[in-house]
Ligand binder design. Sequence first.
Ligand code: FES
Ligand code: FES
Length: 168
Amino acid sequence: MTTTETHSISLTVNGRTVDDTVEPRLSLADFLRKRLSLVGTHLGCEQGACGACTILVDGQSARSCLMLAVQADGSTVETVEGLANGAELHPLQEAFRQTQGLQCGYCTPGMLMRSLELIRDNPTINAEQAREGVASNLCRCTGYQYIVEAVVEAAANQAGTQPSQDRG
Ligand code: FES
Ligand code: FES
């Protein structure tokens, strides 16, 4: 008789401690989506190419389709579900909404999490830096312009200032 090896993991997801037992091959994306019902993290290519599954692990963006759940043991994970404060959108979500930085929305959760990393790392990010930063995530709809505007806008709003740089 064969038994499936499992591992106990403990991690923090959007501020909540999660203890679970997982099979070693379970991806972090599937753990979030299937075990925790955090389906805001989207799956596209499942090969590390598109960025749709981007989350933050210990503050760094990571492709959750390429990570195993066991690798997140002891980590702090942030997903798109953790952005809003109740009914109040996160400044990034509000900026994406206002600039129409999304169309079909498939890339948006990953784009938001990558953008969060960008504005945390560089609160005065300009358009060029934002464009370079989000290039890691594929968007088929927007042409990136409105996403770039949203990132710059959100950074400026968080800092309580208006964007001073050319957004183009
Ligand atoms: S689904 Fe993970 S990078 Fe595409
Ligand atoms: S909004 Fe459709 S893929 Fe980005």
